[in-house]
Design a protein around this ligand. Structure first.
Ligand SMILES: Nc1ncnc2c1ncn2[C@@H]1O[C@H](COP(=O)(O)OP(=O)(O)O)[C@@H](O)[C@H]1O
Ligand SMILES: [Mg+2]
Length: 387
């Protein structure tokens, strides 16, 4: 059920509305007591009381059920449909029995058409409840030989249908406009966050790297401090690296597979050193498959951390990064290094552990394998979970 219908229904089923409905019902029942009205309506208060009473009872039960068992319960739905039938079929029946085809009571049908058009769910059923009862009344008048009466009923019918269709369209258009507005707002926020990260946080981190490098040049003699400073500069550079990927993913909601592969390749080329060659192989790498932004971030963070681990710990000479997309996105990073120490996955509080957490969060999986020579880590992201 969509938000508009839910909000509309919640407003419709507010307990205080019962008081208003009862007041309107009582006024309707009292109407024939006004001089001249009984002749106009062709009905006595006695007839109206039965119909109004039945409708109000159904509304009261529907309100109680809505508040207790909820709008999705079958019992609520049955009572809500009964309520609508009692109102619409009841109105047509009462008008037919009154022998006044141009009855003011048709206003109830028009009001029903206008109000129910706000509910996007079960539109067909509601539309039928708007259209069919006046046709029934038209047939009844025609069978009695009252062609003019039948014509009036058909006129009311077309009017009710017009109101229903026009109001439904207006609701749909408003909903679309709202959805578009939300999309624009989100897009604007993403761009702003990307800009702030790029111009603010990334620039700050770059300043830290420069500062650390400058200090390193001025600190030739103190090995312990040098190591600390080098670590600081490396951490800050890695932070910049991460930020660049996040900014890249934020700038567009979704990317194509080709764009993702190209970005992974660029990052890996930058990570390559004289000692370590990073190669990237990808299936269908020119494909324009759309990849949700969140999946892009998961893939990038995984590749970045896996390649960084090889650089830091593996003493490898080559790293192969593979990207495939059979059903989910499958990524693997394989090195020919010294291999993972026993129990490294269990001891990990950082990268390796985060692979699992990240995979769990997106409904995917991650794996660490010890090869004859080296290590392979793989990560799978189901794209349908994203977005
Ligand atoms: N590709 C690899 N080759 C060899 N050892 C690795 C590799 N990746 C990870 N390791 C080992 O696993 C440990 C845990 O890795 P990780 O969770 O990423 O934490 P960190 O990189 O901060 O040490 C590392 O300290 C290292 O000993
Ligand atoms: Mg690590």
């Amino acid at each position: 059920m969509d938000e508009t219908t839910r909000a509309f229904r919640a407003a419709q089923r507010a307990p205080q509305n019962l008081v208003i409905y009862t007041g309107v019902g009582l006024l309707l029942c009292a109407l024939p007591q006004v001089p001249g009205m009984q002749a106009l309506l062709g009905l006595t208060s006695g007839t109206l009381v039965w119909w109004v009473g039945a409708c109000l009872t159904a509304t009261a039960i529907a309100t109680v059920l809505y508040r207790t068992v909820g709008e999705t319960a079958t019992v609520y739905r049955v009572v809500a449909v009964t309520e609508a039938c009692l109102l619409q079929v009841g109105a047509a029946t009462v008008i037919t029995s009154s022998d006044r085809p141009a009855s003011p009571l048709w206003l109830i049908t028009i009001a029903f058409a206008s109000l129910q058009a706000g509910i996007t769910e079960a539109r067909l059923l509601l539309g039928a409840l708007v259209v069919v009862p006046p046709i029934g009344a038209a047939v009844a008048f025609a069978l009695r030989g009252d062609a003019a009466g039948a014509l009036v009923c058909l006129l009311v019918d077309s009017l009710a249908l017009m109101v229903f269709v026009a109001t439904s369209r207006a609701h749909l258009r408003r909903e679309e406009a709202m959805a578009q507005l939300v999309r624009w707002k989100l897009e604007e926020d993403r761009r702003r966050i990307a800009r702030d990260l790029h111009d603010g946080t990334a620039a700050d981190l770059a300043a830290v790297v420069w500062k650390a490098e400058a200090l390193l040049q001025r600190l030739p003699s103190d090995p312990a401090r040098r190591v600390e400073l080098e670590q600081l500069a490396t951490r800050a550079s890695e932070g910049i690296d991460d930020l660049r990927s996040i900014v890249w993913s934020l700038r567009q909601e979704d990317r194509t597979w080709a764009a993702l592969v190209a970005w992974v390749r660029q990052r890996c080329t930058e990570a390559s050193t004289e000692r370590l060659r990073v190669t990237v192989e990808a299936a269908d790498e020119d494909s324009a498959w759309p990849v949700p932004g969140s999946a892009c971030i998961d893939v990038l963070r995984f590749v970045q951390e896996a390649v960084r681990n090889v650089l830091r710990h593996a003493h490898a000479t080559t790293v192969k990064v593979r990207l495939e997309w059979p059903a989910a996105i499958e990524v693997s990073v394989e090195d020919d290094g010294c291999g993972l120490p026993e129990g490294a996955e269990l001891r990990s509080t950082g990268g390796l552990r985060n692979f699992q957490r990240r995979a769990q969060a997106c409904g995917g999986s991650s794996r660490v394998e010890r090869l004859l020579r080296g290590t392979r880590v793989s990560f799978s992201v189901p794209t349908h979970e994203h977005g």
